[in-house]
Design a binder for this molecule. Structure first.
Ligand code: DAH
Length: 378
């Protein structure tokens, strides 16, 4: 049954537009990349990208009511001015190079980020918006890079506000968002540089045993405020952020390869359900099988996730493909934290039997109380 794009007419429209665009010596967009334009897979409700997008939209609706306008479906064909110039990119910024960017001609390109719409959306009078879209970059080919991916841009203007108000509100807003998406996680703000914000930061979270960069953000640069028609003389201030949907979806759903987002293989598409984050079950010649294990922490501070991972690896060896935290809650009466981990078993060379996997899982359960004395199996 696969999934279908929302509307094929908009796809045809944009494909026609692409065909009729003037091309010059700068033209460097291959057919396979252009073919993705208008697919709008982020709008499919049961697609992992669509699920994340809706979750974030839902979060903003819940916490901010109608304050933020949701914008999507804008054409990814933009001008050099929109993508770079008005955003304050220096003339020799490497991002402008056709090594990094897909051009139709010297003036028109496939947007490399949703920031390309910031100024236009501000100009149209919007004071707070989230903008989602497909973005295009020439890059290396590996499990986490693909020439087409998706971003969400957020902007909020504080009429009469100052930059410290913006910074405070920005950080609070984004911390709340990641807690909602990932469960309560440890976070850190890293100083960063973007031409269109000042100051700028990246937000990192500690998730599944590593620091993960989830977004870039900052206080909107005065030059962008001016270009967007928001007078800074009146003491206005604004914040902005941008995040990559694939990066979030890959960790939340456990999707190992970014190419999977584009597959129409039913073994992928049939796994996901609207409004639900589930762990991707890999398919390959040799099937994987997962087993969940849940336990209460008697003393939250004496539990180190690393210890649990190591225990599983010690027992399961190379038959353990991954260990992921799938649930995490605090018991309402005992106040004890409960964790549920999903252990994914798979051999790269043969089919595992149920008995074999059950034996491994039993061995993990049996070893847990001694290896981690501060946990109680559920
Ligand atoms: N456009 C940036 C990128 O693609 C992400 C970003 C960073 C967007 C900071 C923003 C921002 O709005 O304020 O890497």
């Amino acid at each position: 049954m696969g999934w279908r794009p929302m509307s094929s007419s908009t796809r045809d429209q944009i494909q026609n537009e692409i065909r009729s665009l003037p091309k010059d010596a700068q033209y460097n967009a291959p057919a396979a990349v252009l073919d993705k334009v208008g697919r709008n897979i982020y709008q499919i409700p049961s697609h992992p990208l669509g699920i994340i997008r809706s979750k974030i939209f839902g979060h903003f609706r819940q916490h901010y009511g109608e304050t933020f306008e949701f914008v999507e479906g804008l054409s990814p064909i933009v001008s050099v001015s929109q993508n770079f110039d008005v955003l304050n990119f220096e003339a020799n910024h490497p991002g402008r190079s056709p090594i990094d960017t897909y051009y139709f001609n010297s003036q028109q390109l496939l947007r490399t980020h949703t920031s390309a719409h910031q100024v236009d959306l501000l100009r149209s009078g919007k004071e707070a918006f989230l903008c989602v879209g497909d973005v295009y970059r020439r890059d290396t080919v590996d499990a986490t890079h693909y020439p087409v991916f998706h971003q969400m841009e957020g902007v909020r203007v504080f009429p009469g506000g100052n930059d410290l108000d913006s910074e405070r509100d920005l950080k609070q807003c984004l911390e709340m968002l990641v807690d909602d998406i990932f469960g309560k996680v440890e976070k850190r703000w890293i100083d960063a540089y973007f031409p269109f914000t000042h100051p700028s930061w990246e937000l990192e979270i500690f998730y599944q045993n590593e620091w993960l960069e989830v977004l870039g953000c900052g206080v909107v640069h005065p030059a962008i405020m001016e270009a967007g028609g928001v007078s800074i003389e009146k003491g206005n201030s604004a914040w902005a952020f941008g995040l990559g949907l694939e990066r979030l979806a890959m960790v939340l759903f456990g999707i190992p390869d970014i190419r999977l987002f584009w597959t129409e293989d039913e073994r992928f598409t049939s796994q996901f359900k609207e409004d639900t984050i589930t762990t991707f079950k890999p398919f390959s010649k040799h099937p994987a099988c997962y087993k969940d294990i849940a336990f209460f922490l008697e003393d939250e501070h004496s539990f180190a996730e690393n210890d649990f991972h190591e225990l599983v690896r010690t027992i399961g060896g190379d038959l353990v493909e991954s260990v992921t935290l799938v649930d995490n809650f605090v018991h309402p009466t005992t106040q004890k934290k409960s964790l549920c981990y999903r252990i994914n078993y798979r051999s790269m060379s043969r089919n595992l039997t149920n008995e074999e996997i059950d034996r491994l899982q039993q061995a993990v359960r049996a070893a847990l109380p001694t290896a981690l004395p501060h946990v109680t199996l559920r």
